[in-house]
Design a protein around this ligand. Structure first.
Ligand code: GFB
Length: 309
């Protein structure tokens, strides 16, 4: 990519898409195209083809997706598989038909088998059964990753994929039913503190282990891969460090200054017990994350205080 390359960021208002736009702008890229969901419905093949035909983007970050936490995935599997397959198929095929120079597809580390050996290497993909709570989303994301691989293999398209771990930061979803754990805990602890409640409810047993990457680090890794990686295999993006949900909740509690107790609601699912990724491949390419979990939670809470209505 050069600074005047025409770059399309699909999903520019979301957690990852907005961070990618910030990162590109900070690096001096000037020609970034974005379309809101209302301006361009990515599940509509004809609309996507017309957009690519008219705009002719040279580089595409495919960060648009239907995403959500464990409860959303568990409740709406048909929506997660249908909408994500439609978005991916339309954008990847149009990128091929209209000669996009390079496309980066964003997946998630939930694509790996529930009981994959930890930490999870890229080659463990499709070696075992998936986690039930997010199987629909995982199958959609695996399909997108494989489609990029096969378009590269059959047509020589430079379509690459990355599999990020759990992400958080500015423009996150703070809705308590559909969000991921970290934004949910930030909102729960904040509201409990303001309302002087005695307890905060944490879903599950608190024992699952998760890895968290601040979204501005994620965006930097995406731009790094677009600039430096052309391989067929997908690349894990993470920190290589994990915490238990209980430890995470205690850290958020401390950052926000809530004085009450945690209550664990075991009627809610734990999901996969662990999904720690190896990031050796990414480190080997020359990229490392910068923002620690504690610092990231402080940054995310500050954003929440300034922006969440
Ligand atoms: O972040 P989360 O919703 O998704 O849940 P996953 C992580 C863990 O946090 C689970 C627990 O064990 C939850 O039970 N948890 C505790 C909570 N309190 C809460 C809460 O208030 N809200 C939420 N949401 N969780 C997702 C996949 O799995 O990871 C997606 O479903 C995607 O497809 C995403 O891959 C990155 O980490 O379990």
């Amino acid at each position: 990519m050069d600074l005047n390359s025409k770059i399309y960021v699909a999903g520019h208002r979301g957690l990852v898409g907005s961070a990618i736009v910030r990162n590109l702008q900070s690096k001096g890229y000037k020609n970034i195209i974005c379309k809101t969901h209302k301006e361009l419905d990515l599940t509509n093949q004809q609309a996507v083809r017309e957009f690519f035909e008219n705009e002719r983007p040279e580089y595409v970050f495919l960060a648009a997706a239907k995403v959500g936490g464990i409860n959303a995935n568990n409740t709406y599997p048909a929506d997660f598989i249908y909408i994500n397959l439609m978005i991916q198929n339309n954008v990847i095929k149009a990128a091929h038909d209209f000669n996009v120079k390079k496309l980066l597809f964003l997946g998630s580390t939930c694509i790996y088998p529930k009981m994959a050996p930890q930490p999870i290497k890229e080659e463990y993909l499709l070696t075992g059964a998936l986690e039930e709570t997010n199987e629909a989303y995982a199958i959609a994301k695996i399909s997108g990753l494989e489609m990029c691989k096969f378009f590269k293999r059959q047509y020589g398209d430079n379509f690459i994929s990355c599999m990020p771990t759990n992400l958080y930061g500015p423009n996150d979803n703070f809705d308590l039913k559909s969000s991921h754990v970290l934004p949910a805990l930030i909102r729960k602890f904040h509201e409990a503190k303001v309302n002087k409640n005695d307890t905060v409810e944490v879903w599950g047993t608190g024992t699952p282990l998760r890895e968290f990457l601040y979204v501005d680090d994620m965006a930097d890794a995406c731009v790094f891969l677009m600039e430096n990686y052309d391989g067929e295999q997908h690349v894990n993006i993470g920190t290589g460090e994990e915490v238990s949900i209980k430890e995470l909740a205690e850290t958020v509690k401390e950052v926000i200054g809530f004085e009450g107790e945690l209550v664990f609601n075991t009627d809610m699912p734990d999901g996969t017990p662990r999904k720690l990724t190896t990031v050796e491949k990414l480190h080997g390419l020359g990229w490392n994350h910068k923002i620690s979990l504690r610092e990231g939670i402080e940054l995310a809470y500050n954003w929440f205080l300034e922006n969440y209505k």
